[in-house]
Design a binder for this molecule. Structure first.
Ligand SMILES: Cc1cc2nc3c(=O)[nH]c(=O)nc-3n(C[C@H](O)[C@H](O)[C@H](O)COP(=O)(O)O)c2cc1C
Ligand code: SF4
Length: 374
């Protein structure tokens, strides 16, 4: 089996990607405490670029201090961050034909650094600080949307090939689309259209500034897994609004982090044991596919088997796959597959790498264990 579909080029917007393998955004915990790019962060990306991935989506980049509430995540609060970001992009482009997207985010109510005040579209419970978050004012929402626009434009000016808006995982923008996170009665809440307003405004304002050739796409929560939360059916309507607005691709994700309400699949990085439990966002992809028009849909979540992925691309079920944990363990995984070893990714989905991100930079703890045993 030659994986000819997985290793065929395809465009997102007007930008061609050499194969269908995307590195899904991954916070590596290798920026400085203030969010500046480090050589360690750049080396991480260079390894991915050398390993054959077609498009690298950066780890989430915080757009303002209260929206960057994860330790050692990259930030872009002002122009002092731009030279480091430019260096990172240049390094990936100098070393490879790989494309790179900036994922831009506001961590909202799902924060880890507790010195910041959790905020959201509405005052909803925050399990970490054990009280409701603060509801944003109308003016604050407009200011945050403007920060997304400014950072999206900075990413364009700094050489990034595209920008991904983080609209998932109970961070701020996914709380806006969620009926449990957003109970506002002004222009930003209520109907599905109103809950999408911030996403539509951000897209339109970035597009007005950067022109038509810079893809703007989104990682989108498509189910909340809790009572009264976002359903797949409503997510399909949201995707239609976003595609009609112009978004160039969608990477469906799912889940919120409040374990009090959630069922099993609470978060994008599901810990699973058998191959049958992989590709766990296929129902979400299937739900959104009919409204995608000609825009690519990206399958993320437990994608491990290249032969299955190749077949799903051939059958027009998906356009790209996106991988996070497998590329922490094996940054050279696409090269391994294309060179003939098509066994599934070696990652065993234990999430040990997530804890490692907190403590000086992510790595595969299982691989470390194996190396120690040898
Ligand atoms: C260490 C780690 C960091 C992550 N950081 C981000 C991030 O910055 N932005 C994001 O959207 N998702 C993030 N995720 C979620 C992944 O992008 C991905 O959606 C999830 O891990 C499922 O894909 P996988 O099964 O290929 O790992 C992270 C996951 C891990 C394990
Ligand atoms: S620690 Fe290694 S095996 Fe475990 S999820 Fe992370 S990359 Fe996969």
């Amino acid at each position: 089996m030659e994986l000819k579909h997985l290793f065929s080029p395809k465009k997102i917007g007007n930008v061609e990607i050499k194969n269908r393998i995307i590195r899904s955004a991954t916070w590596t915990g290798t920026a400085t405490a203030d969010g500046y790019v480090t050589d360690k962060l750049i080396n991480f990306y260079n390894k991915l670029a050398e390993g054959g991935t077609g498009l690298i989506i950066s780890g989430y980049i915080g757009i303002e201090p209260a929206g960057a509430a994860t330790p050692y995540m990259a930030c872009w609060f002002d122009d002092s961050y731009t030279s480091g970001q430019k260096k990172l992009v240049k390094s990936v482009h100098d070393h490879s034909d790989v494309k790179i997207a900036a994922q831009i985010a506001h961590t909202g109510n799902n924060l880890m650094k507790l010195e910041y005040e959790p905020v959201g579209p509405s005052a909803v419970w925050n399990r970490r600080v054990k009280k409701d978050c603060r509801e944003l004012t109308f003016a604050e929402i407009e200011k945050i949307a403007k920060r997304f626009v400014d950072v999206g434009c900075k990413a364009y000016e700094s050489g990034y090939d595209m920008v991904q808006i983080h609209g998932a995982h109970q961070y701020l923008l996914s709380d806006f689309i969620s009926p449990v996170g957003n109970k506002r009665t002004d222009d930003y809440g209520g109907s599905t259209e109103k809950r999408c307003k911030i996403l539509v405004d951000i897209y339109n304002q970035i597009r007005d500034s950067v022109g038509k050739d810079f893809p703007i796409f989104i990682k989108l929560n498509t189910r909340d897994y809790c009572e009264g939360g976002l359903t797949l059916e409503e997510a399909k309507n949201i995707a239609k609004i976003l595609i009609d607005t112009g978004y160039d691709a969608i990477e469906p994700s799912s889940g919120i982090v409040d374990f009090k309400f959630t069922e099993r699949k609470t978060y994008a990085a599901v810990m699973f044991k058998t191959e049958e439990e992989g590709n766990y966002f296929i129902p979400n992809v299937n739900a959104l596919k009919p409204v995608m028009k000609d825009r690519p849909i990206i399958l993320m979540g437990g994608v491990r088997n290249p032969i299955t992925a190749d077949r799903m691309i051939k059958d027009d079920i998906i356009d790209f796959i996106a991988l996070s944990r497998p590329l922490i363990r094996e940054p050279g995984l696409p090269n391994r597959w294309v060179s003939g070893d098509q066994t599934p990714a070696h990652c065993i989905n234990c999430n040990g790498c997530m804890g490692a991100s907190m403590k000086g930079g992510t790595y595969c703890v299982q691989l470390e264990k194996l190396e120690k045993e040898q």
